[in-house]
Write a new protein. Structure first.
Lengths: 395, 146, 395, 146
C-alpha cells in the first residue's frame, strides 16, 4: 500500500544528514560537556557549533540561545521565567487566544500566582490584529506572547507589526515560533522579538531538542534549579546528540528554505484548490495566503475528524485533526472556536501537513481517497440525514 | 500499539446494521452535534423481540464501533433482555475501549433504550420501567468528558 | 596514547545495543506517539515497551513511570511537585546536606515559596543516619528527599531504614537515585520509596532521557504546563529515541547487574587499595564498603584537583574532581564539606569512576601515572613546602 | 573546544621559573589554601631590575599558568615596569582566560607586587607607592569568585 505521511505538523522525520551528524555523539564522543578532559572538550565543541547554527537560523547571537527538551519546555520557561523576572514592574500578561497549551496553560499558572491575563482575540482567518494587541496593553503589562504561526490552521501572524506595538509599550515580547522556525524565515533581530521558542522536530531534527532564544539584556528566571549547564539558566546534563541534531537541522533549514517553501506551497495549494471541488460542504480554515507552506487545513461538515483519520489511515494516509475526539480531553479545538467556527463544525476538522519528502502524487492520493471516505461517513451520519431532509423539505 | 482493539477496528471498518428503518417501531436519538457524538437507533419489534435494528452515528471511531456492536447485541433479544445491555457489556464485547472513550459505550446503550422507550410509548404502554441508570443518564445533558 | 575513561559518574558511553534500539526511532519510526495513525501507533508501542523496562528495573508498575529530559528535571519535578501537592498538610521539607544541586536548589526555591527546610547532616563517611532523619521530622513535614547514592563520594545510604522512618511519619519519601539506578539494585516497592529519580546516561543509555517514578496514590503537580503527553503530567513531544534508549539500557542493566557490579568493584578496589601505598598524605572519601561499585574517590593533600585532572588528561586519563576550581562557581564541594573534610583538603578532591568497558590495566595506568603527577604538583606547591619545613623543624 | 588557550596549556605543562630563591631579596605571598589558590613569588633584584624570579603555586591550571607567565613578564624589568603589569596584560599574554578564572590573573600580579613591596621594605625604603588597585586588592580577604 502507498504510505503517505501528511502529518508533518505533529512531527517531521529526521533527515539522514541530521542523524549522521548526531551519530558520533551516540558513539565515540560520549563525554560530558562539563568535564575537564579531552572527552568533555570534544563534546563542548559540538554543542557550541550547534548553538551557532541555531542562532544563525533565527538571526540571533549564539550566547542568546538556550537548549531545552521541547517547544513545551521553551514556552514554559519563557512565559513563567520572563513574567516572574519582570514582576516588580507589573503583573499583567497578554497572550493570543490561539496559543499552544504550553503557552496558554503557563499563562493560567501565572494567573494562579497573582498575575492578570488578557487573551487577544483573532479574526476568522486566525489573524491577530496589531490593533487588538495594542488595545490589550496596560501600563502594568510586562509580557506579551503571540505565536509566530499556528500549527492547526497554518496562519502566520504579522510579527513585525505586533512586535512594534509591544515594544512601544516597554513590555517584553515573546513568540512561540515552534511551528514557524525552520519552515519560514524567522529573524528575531529584524522583527524585534525579545524571546523565541523553537523545536527541532518541526524541521527535520530530532524529538527532545528545543531551544529558547533570549535576547541580551532581557531578564529571565530559570525553570529548573540545579547545576551550571547553559550558564545555570537551564541545568541538567545536556542532550548532546539532540542538540547537535537540532544544530544540523537548523543549518539545513536555513540553506534549503527558499526551495523547500516553494515545493511545499505547491503541494499545499494542490489540496486547498483541489479538495473543495470534489467535496461539498467543506471550508478552508486559516488564512488563504498568509499560511505555513505545507499546511492545508479544513473543516468538513456532518462528520467527525477521528473517524476520517482512521479511514485515511486505512488508505495509508497520515493526517491529523483538531476534533474534540482526537484530543485526549475531548474538548473542541480552542483555536477553531476562537476563530468563530461553530463547535459542531470544528468536530470535522482535518489537517494535512506536507513535508519536504512529499510529492505531487501524495496530494493526488488524498484528492482521490478523501471524497469516498467523506461520502461513506456522511451516509452513516444522522446529521447529514437531517440536512438532506431539510434541504428536500425546503425545496 | 493501536488505540483500538481489533474488535473495535472490525466494527468500525465494517459496521453492522448501518442505516435507517422506514416506519420503525421505535426510534431513539442521543447525543448532539456540539458534543461531537450523536446516535440514532431504529428498531422493528416482533413478539416482544428486536426483529431488526439499524443505526446512524456521527462521531469518533469508538462511537461508530459501539453503535455497530450494540445493534448486533440487540438483534433477536427480548425487550427485557435489551434493557439489560450495559455499557460495560458493550465495552467488553469490543475487547475494551480507551479510557477516554468509555462514554461512547454509554451513548450506545442509551440510544437503544430510548428506541425501546419510543416503541413502548407508541404502543400506549408508556415508557415502561426505566432503570435507575437511565434516569441518571438523561439528567446529564452537557457533554461528557473522558 | 592509551586513552582511559574513568569519568563514568559524569556520564557513561552509550552501549551499541542501546544505540541499535534507538536507531529505528531516528529513521523510519518517526511518528508522533500522540498521532492517530500507523506512524503514531508504532512509536507509542516503543514508548510503552520502554516504560515497562524502566519499571522492571526499579520494581515499579509501568504506569508509575514518567519520562523526563534529565535527572535534574526529575528532581525538580519531584521536589517542587510533591511538596506543592501536599502543602495543605504542611510546609516543611527535609533533604540531606549532600544532595545534588537539582534537589538542594529546588528545596531552596520551596523556601522562597514559604516552605521551611531542614538539612539532615551526614557522618564523615557521607552516611545519613536514619536517627538523624527521624530527628528532623516534624508534624508538618510533607516531603523527605534523601539520595540513594552519592556521585561524588560513592556512599550508598541505608534506604530501607530511612524509608521506614519517613513512612512512619506520613511524609512523602523521594529519593534521587540518579547515581544508583542501573548501577546497584534499586527496588521502590521493597524499599518503601514513594518517588524516585533516575537518568539513562548514568547506566549506558543516552543523555537527555530521565525518568521519575511516582507510586500510585501519591499526588504530584506537573512542572510543565501544556498538552496531554504522559497523561498531562509531563507534556511536550516525547524524546522517543531517548526514551527507547533509556528502556533498552534499563533492560540490559537489570540483566547484567551482578556481573557488572563484581567487575567494577574489583577495579575500584584495585585503586582504593593501591593508590595510598604509592602516595602519601591522601585519604579515601566516602564509605569504604557501602559505596558504588565503580567509584574510587580521594582527597590528596597540598595540591589542587583541576591541575591533577589536566595532567591526568595529558596521560590519556579522564577523571573528575569536587575541587572548587572545577566547579564553575568556584565553591568548595558542599558534599565534602558536609562530611567534615576541611576546605583546603577538599580542593585536592579526585574521583575515578569505572565503567563496564574498563579493565584492570586501566586501574594500573592510574596507579602508574598518578604518583609522578602528585609529585610534580607538590614540588610546585607552597603548601607542601611549608609542610615539609614544619616537619623538618619538628624533628 | 578546550577550556584553556594553547598558551595557557603551554605555561601549565611547562611552567617557567618554578621554584624558590634561597635568600631572595623579596618574597610575596597571596591567596590561601582555603580559597584554593596560593602563590609565593621570590625575586632577586639587581640595579633596580628583577634579575631572577621564581614561584611556587597551589591552585588550578590557570593559577599555575598565570604564575609562570607573570614570572616571565617580570624577568629583567625595572621595578617600576613590574608595578605596571596588570591582570589584563597577563590574561592577554596568555591568549585569554575563561571568565571564571580571571581572578587568577589578579593573584599573579598581586603576588609579584608583594614581592617588590617586601624588597623595598627590606631595603628600608618602605613599601613604596602602592597603586590604588593593589590597596583595593588587599582589602579583599575573602575568596574571590568567578
Ligand atoms: C546524584 C545525582 N543527581 C542528579 C544529577 C543530575 O542529573 P542530570 O545531569 O541528568 O540532570 C546527577 C548528575 O550527575 C547526579 O549525580
Ligand atoms: C505552535 C506550537 N507550540 C508549541 C508546541 C509544543 O512543542 P513540543 O511538542 O515540542 O513540546 C507545538 C507542538 O506541536 C506547537 O505546534
Amino acid at each position: 500500500m502507498t504510505k503517505v505521511y501528511l502529518d508533518n505538523a505533529a512531527t517531521t522525520p529526521v533527515l539522514p544528514e541530521v542523524l549522521e551528524a548526531m551519530l558520533p555523539y551516540l558513539r565515540e564522543a560520549y563525554g560530558n560537556p562539563q568535564s575537564i578532559h579531552d572527552w568533555g572538550d570534544e563534546v563542548r565543541e559540538g554543542i557550541e557549533e550547534a548553538r551557532g547554527r541555531v542562532a544563525a537560523l533565527i538571526g540571533a547571537s549564539p550566547e542568546e540561545i538556550l537548549f531545552t527538551s521541547s517547544g513545551t519546555e521553551s514556552n514554559n520557561m519563557a512565559i513563567k521565567g520572563l513574567a516572574m523576572a519582570q514582576q516588580s514592574k507589573g503583573k499583567h500578561v497578554v497572550v493570543s487566544a490561539i496559543e499552544h497549551f504550553s503557552v496558554l496553560h503557563s499563562a493560567r499558572t501565572l494567573e494562579k500566582a497573582g498575575f492578570e491575563l488578557t487573551l487577544v482575540p483573532v479574526d476568522k482567518h486566525g489573524l491577530v490584529h496589531p490593533g487588538e494587541v495594542a488595545r490589550s496593553l496596560r501600563p502594568d503589562t510586562v509580557l506579551v506572547s503571540i505565536m509566530w504561526a499556528n500549527t492547526e490552521v497554518g496562519t502566520i501572524q504579522p510579527m513585525a507589526e505586533i512586535a512594534r506595538v509591544v515594544k512601544e509599550s516597554g513590555a517584553v515580547f515573546h513568540t512561540d515560533a515552534v511551528a514557524a522556525a525552520g519552515n519560514i524565515p524567522v529573524d528575531v533581530g529584524q522583527t524585534g522579538v525579545d524571546a523565541l521558542s523553537l523545536a527541532a522536530n518541526q524541521f527535520y531534527g530530532p524529538k527532545g531538542a528545543g531551544a529558547l532564544c533570549v535576547k541580551r539584556g532581557i531578564r529571565i528566571l530559570p525553570l529548573l534549579d540545579g547545576g551550571v549547564q547553559e550558564g545555570g539558566r537551564r541545568p541538567g546534563t545536556e542532550n548532546v546528540p539532540g542538540i547537535v541534531g537540532l544544530g544540523k537541522a537548523a543549518e539545513m533549514a536555513k540553506m534549503g528554505m527558499p526551495s523547500r517553501m516553494k515545493h511545499l506551497t505547491a503541494l499545499r495549494d494542490r489540496l486547498i484548490d483541489g479538495l473543495p471541488s470534489r467535496i461539498d460542504h467543506m471550508m478552508l480554515t486559516g488564512h488563504r495566503t498568509q499560511r505555513l507552506p505545507g499546511s492545508a487545513s479544513f473543516c468538513i461538515e456532518f462528520i467527525e475528524g477521528e473517524s476520517m483519520l482512521m479511514l485515511l489511515n486505512q488508505k495509508g494516509i497520515a493526517a491529523s485533526s483538531g476534533s474534540a475526539c482526537t484530543s485526549r480531553a475531548l474538548k473542541a479545538s480552542h483555536v477553531l472556536t476562537a476563530m468563530g467556527i461553530p463547535v459542531e463544525l470544528s468536530h470535522g476538522s482535518l489537517l494535512f501537513t506536507f513535508g519536504i519528502a512529499n510529492a505531487e502524487s501524495d496530494a493526488d492520493h488524498v484528492l482521490e481517497s478523501l471524497p469516498p471516505i467523506v461520502e461513506r461517513l456522511r451516509k452513516m451520519s444522522p446529521l447529514y440525514d437531517k440536512f438532506l431532509k431539510q434541504e428536500r423539505g425546503g425545496k | 500499539m493501536p488505540i483500538y482493539s481489533d474488535k473495535v477496528m472490525d466494527h468500525f471498518m465494517n459496521p453492522r446494521n448501518v442505516g435507517e428503518i422506514q416506519n420503525a417501531d421505535g426510534v431513539g436519538e442521543v447525543g448532539n452535534p456540539v458534543c461531537g457524538d450523536m446516535m440514532t437507533f431504529y428498531i422493528k419489534v416482533k413478539d416482544n423481540r428486536v426483529d431488526d435494528v439499524k443505526f446512524k452515528t456521527f462521531g469518533c471511531g469508538a462511537a461508530i464501533a459501539v453503535s455497530s456492536m450494540v445493534s448486533e447485541m440487540a438483534k433477536g433479544k427480548t425487550l427485557e433482555e435489551v434493557r439489560k445491555i450495559t455499557p460495560d457489556m458493550v465495552a467488553k464485547q469490543l475487547e475494551g475501549l480507551p479510557k477516554n472513550k468509555h462514554h461512547c459505550s454509554n451513548l450506545g446503550a442509551q440510544a437503544l433504550n430510548k428506541a425501546v422507550d419510543d416503541y413502548l410509548a407508541k404502543q400506549g404502554k408508556g415508557p415502561g420501567v426505566k432503570s435507575r441508570r437511565r434516569q441518571k443518564d438523561e439528567k446529564e445533558a452537557t457533554c461528557e468528558e473522558g
